[in-house]
Design a protein around this ligand. Structure first.
Ligand SMILES: Cc1cc2nc3c(=O)[nH]c(=O)nc-3n(C[C@H](O)[C@H](O)[C@H](O)COP(=O)(O)O)c2cc1C
Length: 373
């Protein structure tokens, strides 16, 4: 796998004017199988496409004569003020995209004033990523077969100063990602799961035709069964704010709220897990109706612009996780690329608030939406 030469950190060849432009830049520099790993979904990618289609169907009814000149974009998530109601979604193996990997994206998030969610499958150690940014880092936990290892990761996240814990509950097994299987996708030797003991690393690096080595590796280390009792154990083990990511059914959101979590993330993993799951924009209003008065409700999957953030707010979300566009931006320009993408998102969000007559994101949550355009 060869990575094409790319602009030095701090420069971008062209000036992207939308997050989609970063995808075009990334595609030019990334090996085809890395592009596929990041951009693809599971199965025939029905859910991947549904996420976008559902967001596109959400029309937001603007208010006029509101006298708003410069809306504020700042918001409070989990009790902490930030520059906009956005956080960087947890995403594995960021050194696949750029040698600077997680520390670069975390630093960009810190500079932009938004939290960075650090994946269990980070290719840089927790401590190195936290040290690279002035901003808050939330630790994302995948439940591992080895409970002692889970406890060790939690201890390390606490000791490093992570500000919240996010447990992902939609990966009992990795979704069948056909692009990766067709590509016989395996991690290059320099990209490792830096927070896990090295014993199973060879599995992620063994290229086999027709098989995703990443799927084989996660199958070996992830716990295939996760229950509400495990969530209760986790709640009892940390005083940090706890988020559960991967909720779609409002009944699960109610159980999570009953279990004492601080937030749910309505997510279908960007269409990478159960292909056939509904779009998150479809389920978000039901989840907000079920638990929005008790806990925070965040959403991800398919968000590609400030307009999409505004749509999510208008559907009742308190915050949004931004995923793939930031990996594309990281690939295109390292830390500077990711920062440019977050700056662009802030501009788009501010424009959206202005154009819908909102003084701040809180007002956007009171806008009416219509589906069907
Ligand atoms: C390359 C890649 C790696 C990911 N790794 C993780 C992960 O380690 N943990 C996790 O909870 N979610 C992971 N996700 C899912 C994201 O957190 C998020 O739910 C998804 O990307 C949102 O969809 P979007 O990219 O279309 O915005 C990953 C997504 C991508 C694209």
């Amino acid at each position: 796998m060869t990575v094409a030469p790319r602009p030095a950190d701090g420069q971008l060849d062209q000036s992207p004017v939308s997050l989609a432009d970063f995808a075009d830049l990334a595609r030019e520099v990334l090996p085809a199988e890395v592009w596929d790993f990041v951009s693809g979904g599971s199965g025939v990618e029905t859910t991947l496409a549904a996420n976008r289609a559902a967001l596109d169907r959400v029309a937001v009814l603007p208010r006029v004569l509101a006298g708003v000149e410069q809306p504020r974009t700042d918001a409070v998530l989990l009790g902490r003020a930030q520059s906009m109601p956005v956080a960087v979604a947890p995403m594995a193996y960021q050194r696949l995209l750029h040698p600077d990997g997680e520390p670069a994206l975390a630093a960009a998030a810190g500079a932009a004033g938004v939290p960075y969610v650090l994946s269990t499958l980070s290719s840089a150690p927790i401590e190195e990523v936290v040290a690279a940014t002035d901003g808050p880092v939330w630790f994302q936990l995948y439940w591992l077969r080895d409970r002692a290892l889970v406890a060790d990761l939690l201890d390390r996240a606490h000791a490093a100063g992570c500000a919240a814990l996010m447990v992902t509950v939609d990966v009992p097994v990795l979704g069948r990602r056909l692009r990766d299987a067709r590509n016989g996708f395996a991690l290059p030797p320099e990209v490792i799961a830096a927070n896990l003991p090295g014993g199973r690393d060879d599995l992620a690096h063994a290229g086999t035709p027709g098989v995703s080595a990443v799927a084989v590796h996660t199958g070996a280390v992830f716990a295939p069964v996760l229950t509400w009792a495990d969530l209760a154990w986790l709640r009892g083990r940390t005083r940090l704010p706890l988020l559960v990511k991967g909720i779609l059914d409002p009944r699960d959101a109610v159980r999570a709220a009953d279990a004492g979590v601080d937030a749910v993330v309505v997510s279908n993993h960007g269409g990478r897990q159960f292909d056939g799951a509904p779009a998150t924009a479809t389920m978000l209003p039901e989840v907000v109706a079920a638990v929005g008065d008790r806990i925070e409700v965040l959403v991800d999957s398919g968000v590609r612009s400030g307009t999409d953030v505004l749509r999510a707010l208008a559907l009742g979300a308190t915050g949004v996780l931004l995923g793939r566009p930031l990996l594309w931006a990281l690939a295109a320009g390292g830390r500077a690329g990711a920062q440019a993408a977050l700056d662009l998102l802030a501009v788009e969000l501010r424009d959206g608030l202005t154009l819908t007559g909102c003084a701040d994101p809180g007002q956007a949550r009171r806008l009416r939406t219509l589906t069907g355009g």
